[in-house]
Design a protein around this ligand. Sequence first.
Ligand code: ADP
Length: 357
Amino acid sequence: RRGVRNSFIPPVKSNASCFANPTARAYGKSDDGLDDSTRKCLEMLYGPDGELPENLRNLEPRLIEHVSNEIMDRDPNVRWVDIAGLEHAKKCVTEMVIWPLLRPDIFKGCRSPGRGLLLFGPPGTGKTMIGKAIAGEAKATFFYISASSLTSKWIGEGEKLVRALFGVAHCRQPAVIFVDEIDSLLSQRKSDGEHESSRRLKTQFLIEMEGFDSGGDQVLLIGATNRPQELDEAARRRLTKRLYIPLPSSEARAWIIRNLLEKDGLFKLSNEDMVTICRLTEGYSGSDMKNLVKDASMGPLRDALGHGIDITRLESKDMRPVTVQDFESALQEVRPSVSQDELGIYEEWNKQFGSLS
Ligand code: ADP
């Protein structure tokens, strides 16, 4: 029962009586046994007419609550300008995902977008950041879940949680569901070795994806993985666009250093210094760079304390700027986390299955 207009009404937070309708009222009774936060979260999901959306009616309230409180991120707080480099990925994603989410009326028929996007590449290169930026730029609700937590933490309940996740996302359109480590959920069937429960979980997940792919929903699924070669054919088929997110270029590494140091007013490096640091950080990921900058920025502090200044009296004017030598010492501590061999695997997979243009 969807009400007189017979079309889906996205729920809005409403102070009107959320429990006016008999289905909803079951949750609103003082003796319904629900705690306050569960009730609040169910209220949020009711439509303006007080009805709980149809696809949430058979779900357990505690799972809806978990999705709304733990998995849903109301303010992902990342924009394109926060992400260094990756121009190719940004361009593809803007066309394929953001425009369709902003203008569903134009992107229909021949232009109707795929609903599944795969971001693959080494760890720490900005895949999660891209997911959040998509949600931020397209003004969509962001849902983040790690697939390995579905298989480890939610043993036996993963299927129900997946239904709740897609159900709530359906109610909060436009929505972006980001599944980290998607390979652990959609890996190639290991016929005998695969546990019955993980097989069921995978089937449920594929069913949910199929469901929103065929409808007119504004829900996008983004899978991220460091092991694309583990994905099976069914997963590849559903994740129609597959973007390689490589290690940052020299310019992108420079941008990360400058951006992080400038935020703290610590940037005083010359162009020549930057060229040296970028040369020395070939093969570092974005997150390696972040760790490197953190370590290097400790140099001036250690120096000041070494000159006998008491930490409790230390002021920022007592510290010199971060230098290229600080970076050189930090490079001894922070090593690149991705090996050359691994890069070869990504590049090969990209040639075979990636979206190259
Ligand atoms: P992934 O999902 O690919 O493993 P993340 O998006 O979680 O990596 O990135 C981890 C951290 O590394 C980010 O929070 C950010 O500080 C830094 N980082 C990685 N890639 C970039 C990038 N391209 N631009 C800016 N920061 C980056």
